[in-house]
Design a protein around this ligand. Structure first.
Ligand SMILES: [Zn+2]
Ligand SMILES: [Zn+2]
Length: 341
C-alpha cells in the first residue's frame, strides 16, 4: 500500500489526507505494543480521511477496533480530528497534555457569538481596520471543523513514560506551536543502527521543510501575557539536547540530523526578529506590522482567515521583542503601537 510505510522496530505510518490543504497529509504513526497498536495522532475528521486511516491500519495487519490507545501531540484538527472515531471503534484511551486539553474543553463549551465578539475586540486593539472587523460582529455559528473535538481521558505528564506495554515512549513538553504540544521520545535503539538517542515523534514542532506557525492562544478568561515564541525557541533547544537518531514528524517526511534542523530554525527566527526590528523604526500596530512582514504571498492576496493568523503571529513576535527589551509599546497609543528600542 502506498499510504503506509514501515519505519522498522514496530513503528509504521499511514498518510492520512487533509482535505483542501497545501500540507497534504498527516503522518499517523502506528506503534506496536504488547496490548495492541497505539496511534500517535489520528488525522483530519473527514470521511475520506477516516477510510484512508482504516485501510492503512488494515495494510498494517490491524484495524481501528484493535487500537489500544491514542497519543496526541497537540489539539489541532489535522492531528486530533479522528481521535473520537478511533475511541468509538475500539474503546482506546486518548492522552493529551493538560494545556491543550484545556483548549479542547474551552472549544467544546464556547458560545460562538461570545468568541466572535472577543475576536473583534482583539483585532480592533491590534489596529485592524473596521472593514476587517465588521464581518465578525453578528457572525453566527458556522460549520467549522474542530468545534467539537474529543475530550481526552488521560493527561500526558511531561517527562513521564506513556502507558505503552513493552515500549519506552517518553513525553517531552515542547510548548510554542500550541501551549500543550508534546514530542514523544522512543527511547529504544534505532532499528537501522543510526547513531543518536532513539527516535522522536515531533508532531508539528520540528518539520523538515516548514517553519511551524507560532501564534497566540487566547483565553478570554485569562489575562496572562504569554510568550509563545520564547516558549518555542526554548522547546527547540530541548529537542536538540535529546539528539535523536531520527525525527518522525507529523507532516512531510522523516529526517536525521535534528541538531542542524534546530540550528536552522533558530537562525530563521533570529533573522526574522531582526527584520521586524528594522520595520519598527517607525511605530506600528500589530496589524501594520503583519501587513509589512514577509509571507508566502502579498498581503492583499492573503485570505481573511489567514490574515487573522498572520496578525496573531505578528503579535507573538512583538511580545518576544518586548520581553527581550528590544521593542516597547508607545505610551498612550491606542491602538497600541510598538517601536524598536
Ligand atoms: Zn499544528
Ligand atoms: Zn499539523
Amino acid at each position: 500500500m502506498t499510504n503506509t510505510h514501515d519505519h522498522g522496530g514496530g513503528v509504521r505510518s499511514v498518510r492520512v489526507p487533509i482535505p483542501d490543504n497545501p500540507l497534504g497529509h498527516t503522518l499517523v504513526y502506528v506503534v506496536d505494543t504488547d496490548r495492541g497498536p497505539v496511534l500517535i495522532d489520528t488525522g483530519w475528521d473527514d470521511p475520506a480521511s477516516w477510510d484512508t486511516l482504516a485501510d492503512g491500519l488494515a495494510a498494517c495487519g490491524t484495524a481501528p477496533a484493535e487500537i489500544h490507545g491514542v497519543v496526541i501531540t497537540h489539539h489541532h484538527p489535522d492531528h486530533h480530528g479522528l481521535s473520537g472515531k478511533v475511541r468509538e471503534a475500539s474503546g482506546a484511551w486518548i492522552a493529551m497534555h493538560a494545556a491543550d486539553a484545556a483548549i479542547v474543553r474551552r472549544t467544546r463549551s464556547a458560545e460562538p457569538e461570545r468568541w466572535f465578539t472577543y475576536m473583534a475586540a482583539k483585532l480592533t486593539a491590534a489596529g485592524a481596520p473596521e472593514e476587517h472587523v465588521a464581518p465578525l460582529r453578528g457572525a453566527r455559528r458556522r460549520n467549522l471543523p474542530g468545534l467539537s473535538p474529543a475530550l481526552p481521558d488521560r493527561e500526558i505528564v511531561p517527562g513521564d513514560l506513556l502507558p505503552l506495554p513493552g515500549r519506552r515512549l517518553r513525553a517531552i513538553w515542547t510548548p510554542g506551536h500550541t501551549p500543550g504540544h508534546v514530542c514523544l521520545h522512543l527511547e529504544e535503539a534505532h532499528p537501522a543502527g543510526l547513531p543518536g538517542n532513539g527516535r522522536l515523534f515531533s508532531g508539528d514542532h520540528v518539520l523538515p521543510e516548514i517553519t511551524p506557525h507560532i501564534g497566540l492562544y487566547e483565553d478570554p478568561d485569562d489575562a496572562t501575557i504569554t510568550d509563545p515564541l520564547g516558549d518555542y525557541l526554548d522547546s527547540l533547544e530541548r529537542v536538540a539536547r535529546l539528539s535523536p537518531a531520527e525525527i518522525l514528524p507529523a507532516h512531510q517526511h522523516p529526517f536525521t540530523d535534528a541538531g542542524t534542523r534546530v540550528a536552522d530554525l533558530l537562525t530563521h527566527h533570529e533573522s526574522r526578529l531582526t527584520d521586524l526590528l528594522s520595520l519598527l523604526s517607525d511605530p506600528l500596530t500589530a496589524w501594520q506590522l503583519a501587513e509589512r512582514m514577509e509571507w508566502n504571498r502579498p498581503w492583499d492576496q492573503i485570505p481573511y482567515g489567514s490574515r487573522n493568523i498572520a496578525v496573531s503571529e505578528a503579535e507573538s513576535h512583538l511580545r518576544r521583542l518586548v520581553k527581550l527589551g528590544r521593542a516597547e509599546a508607545v505610551a498612550g497609543s491606542n491602538p497600541v503601537t510598538y517601536t524598536a528600542v
